[in-house]
Design a protein around this ligand. Structure first.
Ligand code: ATP
Ligand code: MG
Length: 172
């Protein structure tokens, strides 16, 4: 796991890069992020088709206690999950959105949302809350390369907690 600080400015973030050799490693990462997340978190999941965004989101929702089916929001754009701890988690997949204005019609309730997991966030630009964490997934050999960029004050506290939780963080 490597770490670097991006150039200063409002969007400055500490970035981590880690290798996920298989889907179980992606799920383990989701569990560590779920265990350390702030009370409210907005997560943008970036990466090409098949990069593992839904795998990460599904494992994250399971880690939060979602036991029923986790459907892909490919056509509905959003699936909502009530959380035992209160509020709800939103899983969005904006691949098929026409334009960012359509987000308004989904009636997403920011007050109730404790977690946003957003696939293809670049397609909802302007209509989404700012990310506390950006996850970049890319195919590397048989596995995946994952970049994590924690943003803002909430993101910085989250990063500190995550680094304590993730076993490879010591290699930074
Ligand atoms: N770290 C990993 N190493 C190898 N395979 C992985 C890894 N993580 C996920 N996969 C596999 O990648 C495949 C595609 O995953 P997934 O559907 O989550 O991608 P996606 O990014 O959501 O794609 P889309 O943009 O089409 O929704 C699945 O078969 C999944 O098991
Ligand atoms: Mg997907």
């Amino acid at each position: 796991m490597s770490r670097e600080r991006s150039p200063g400015g409002a969007g400055a973030a500490v970035e981590h890069s880690l290798f996920l050799p298989d889907a179980d490693a992606t799920a383990a990462l989701a569990e560590a992020l779920a265990a350390t997340r702030p009370e409210r978190a907005v997560v943008h999941l970036r990466g090409d088709l098949g990069a593992g965004k839904s795998t990460l989101a599904r494992a994250w929702l399971r880690a939060l206690g979602v036991t029923g089916p986790v459907r892909s929001p490919t056509y509905t754009l959003v699936e909502r999950y009530p959380l035992a701890s209160g509020g709800e988690a939103l899983h969005l997949d904006l691949y098929r959105i026409g334009d960012a204005g359509e987000l308004e019609f989904l009636g997403l309730d920011d007050a109730d949302a404790r977690l946003w997991l957003v696939e293809w966030p670049e397609r909802g630009r302007g209509g989404l809350p700012k990310a506390d964490l950006e996850v970049h997934l890319g195919i590397e050999g048989e596995g995946r390369r994952c970049g994590l960029a924690f943003r803002g004050n909430a993101g910085e506290s989250w990063r500190a907690a995550f680094v304590r939780q993730w076993p490879l963080a010591g290699a930074c």
